[in-house]
Design a protein around this ligand. Structure first.
Ligand code: URA
Length: 209
């Protein structure tokens, strides 16, 4: 089964409390989502492989380390995932960015893919899917399947707030994918919101409500 890790660094917890507050402005919400995403990805990438590289400092030759292999790809699920991209890029400026667009069918409530654009060679890249809320797990599983269908082999999922139901669903359907969250909340409510959560992450990021 995929690992589920809550990255409960004090700075992450503090920032998450600010964005949970209903009075937090769009401006502050957006900025802090980015900050949390950056801190999360810093913790998540502790195990990225390194390789030796010969360099020359102003003083002399030396062998040092650099990240090995192709650049990782950050994959925001549209639209709320976009709010996490800049923060991640501050930590990994050379990362590529792929996009997955999905909408939820009003009748079946099932997610449908309408947009998919990735850099080449995703089978050789570490793929980090970002989406602020892991609620039912439907969109996350669909994004994971969409990447696997195009050959991706190393996929991680980063969310700010996870519902236990969503974590279980992803672990059941995609046991090879590790999940990272800033917090695991109490439950998923019947209306699809996470309790206590932070409300609609997309609306709060983009000021659409
Ligand atoms: N998506 C959101 O934006 N918020 C929730 O609480 C659940 C899903």
């Amino acid at each position: 089964m995929g690992k589920f890790t809550v990255l409960n660094h004090p700075l992450i917890q503090h920032k998450l409390t600010i964005i949970r507050r209903k009075d937090t402005s769009t401006n502050e919400f957006r900025q802090i989502v980015g900050e949390i995403a950056g801190l999360m990805v810093y913790e998540m990438t502790r195990d990225l492989p390194l390789e030796n590289v010969e360099i020359e400092t102003p003083i002399g030759k030396t062998t040092q380390k650099q990240l090995a292999g192709k650049k990782p790809v950050i994959v925001p699920i549209l639209r709320a995932g976009l709010g996490m991209v800049d923060g991640v890029l501050q930590m990994i400026p050379s990362a590529r960015v792929g996009h997955i667009g999905m909408y939820r069918d009003e009748e079946t409530l099932k997610p449908h893919e309408y947009f998919f654009k990735m850099p080449p060679d995703i089978e050789e890249r570490e793929c980090i899917i970002v989406d602020p809320m892991l609620a039912t797990g439907g969109s996350a599983n669909m994004a994971i399947e969409a990447l696997k269908k195009r050959g991706a082999k190393n996929i991680r999922l980063a969310v700010l707030v996870a519902a236990p139901e969503g974590v279980r669903k992803v672990q059941e359907e995609n046991p090879d994918v590790d999940i990272y969250a800033a917090a695991e909340d109490e439950k998923l409510m019947d209306n699809g919101y996470i309790y206590p959560g932070l409300g609609d992450a997309g609306d709060r990021l983009f000021g659409t409500k």
